[in-house]
Design a protein around this ligand. Sequence first.
Ligand SMILES: NC(=O)c1ccc[n+]([C@@H]2O[C@H](COP(=O)([O-])OP(=O)(O)OC[C@H]3O[C@@H](n4cnc5c(N)ncnc54)[C@H](O)[C@@H]3O)[C@@H](O)[C@H]2O)c1
Length: 436
Amino acid sequence: MKVCVIGAGYVGLVTGTGFAETGNDVVCADLDAAKIAQLEAGETPIFEPGLLPMIERNAQAGRLRFTTDVEGALADAEIIFVAVGTPQRSDGAANLSAVDAVAETVAKASKRECVLVLKSTVPVGANARVRKIIASAGADKIHVVSNPEFLKEGDAVNDFMRPDRIVIGCEPDDDFARELMRRLYHPLSLSHDKIVWMEPASAELTKYVANTMLAMRISFMNEIAALCEQVGADVNDVRVGVGLDNRIGPKFLYAGPGYGGSCFPKDVQALIHVAREYGVPLELALATDNVNQRQKGVMLRKLKQCFEGDLRGKKIAIWGIAFKPRTDDVRESPALTLIDSLLAEGAQVSAHDPEARAHARARFGDSIEIPDRPYDAVSDADALVLVTEWREYQNPDFERIKAAMRTPVLLDARNIWSSYGLSGQGFTYRGIGVQG
Ligand SMILES: NC(=O)c1ccc[n+]([C@@H]2O[C@H](COP(=O)([O-])OP(=O)(O)OC[C@H]3O[C@@H](n4cnc5c(N)ncnc54)[C@H](O)[C@@H]3O)[C@@H](O)[C@H]2O)c1
C-alpha cells in the first residue's frame, strides 16, 4: 500500500519504518530539513533502540524514503498519517496548529481517494475539526480516522510491531477507511484481531485516559513514598506487595523523581483542559498533575537537607538527563527541572547521560559540565544524584565514586541502589520512600 507519514519524529519515524517493514511503500515527510538530511545520509535524528537497522534495511530495499516535500509525498498516498507534534499551550490545552496545517495541505494536495489518519495525540473533537477543514477546502475524497499511538520510547519498535491493541476511531459506515486500515494493520495483528473499532471521539479519549491512568499510578506511589519515609516503611516492598495483586499488576508503580517525557505531563493537562471545557471537573487528573509538579522538586529538597539548606558553590553530579532510559528525549525530564533549580541555588552541575548529552548541551550550553564518561561527572562532587536508571549506572564501582567525591552523598531518585547497604559503606544515602 502507498503510505505517507507526515512528521518524522519519535512516532512518525517508527510508524513509517514499521509499515515499510511489512512491505508497504512508505514516504516520511517532515518540514525539518536537517532531520530529513540526516535520514537521507543513513543516520537517525533520534536514539531509539533497534530503529536504525530497520530504517537502513527498508531504505535499501526501496520501501522507505524521506523528503521535505510534504505535498509531493502525500499526493499519491492511499493512507496519510499525521504524526506531527501537539505540544502543550500555556493554558494546558493541546496546540493543534501543526495538525491543522497538515489537514489544509492534505486537502489541497491529495490527488486520490485516501484515508487521513490522526496518529498524533489530539483531544476530543480534533477528528471533527480536521473533517471541517477538509470539507471547507472542498475536498470530498478524504476519509478521516483517529488512530492514537501507544508506543513507549525506549521500546518503540517492539511496541509498534507487537501492539497490545490497535485503537481505530472511524465512522461506522465508512467502509473505505475500515478496509484500508484493516489491511494495513493486518500484519501486526496476525495472532488475533487486535483492532478495537470505535467512534473517533472514543478513540481520542482512549489515548488520554490511558496516559492519565498510568501517570496517576506513578503520582499515587510518589505520595505513598513520602508516607513511607515518615512511618519507617519501604516503598519498594509496598510496591511489590501491591503489584503482585493481579487486579493491580506491577507496572507504573515505581516511586521516583516525578514523571516526565513528551506525553504524560502534556496529556494529563490536555485531558483536564478538555474536561473543564465540557464542565466536568477531573479531580483525580488534577491531583495527579499537582503531585507530579511537587515531586519534581523532591531531589532538590533532599539535597538541601543534606547541606543545611545551602547549595551555593556545591558541585552536584547528575547521572541521567533523558526522561527515562533507552531514549535521548529530554522533554519535561525531571533532570532538567533539577538542573535549573540547582543553578538557581548557586550550585555547579556536572551531568552525564549515555544518549542525551547533545540535547543537554543545546539546552544548557556552557552553564553546566556534560562529560562523556559518568565517572568524570563525579570528580570532586559534593553529591551524586541518580536521576535516570540507565543500566550502566546500576552497578557502578562505589569505591571509585567515594574516592572521587568531595563528600560521599548519594541521592538515588530511582531506588536502584537502595538494597546495597551504602549507608554502612561510608555514604550518606537517600532514596525515595526508602530508609537511608
Ligand atoms: N513520543 C512518544 O512517545 C509518543 C507516543 C505516543 C504518541 N505521541 C504523540 O505523537 C505526536 C508526535 O510526537 P513525537 O514525539 O513524534 O514528536 P516529535 O516532535 O518528535 O516529531 C514531530 C515532527 O513533526 C514535524 N512537523 C511539525 N509540523 C509539521 C508539518 N506541518 N509538516 C510536516 N512535519 C511537521 C516536526 O518537524 C517533527 O519532526 C504527538 O502528538 C505526541 O503526543 C508521542
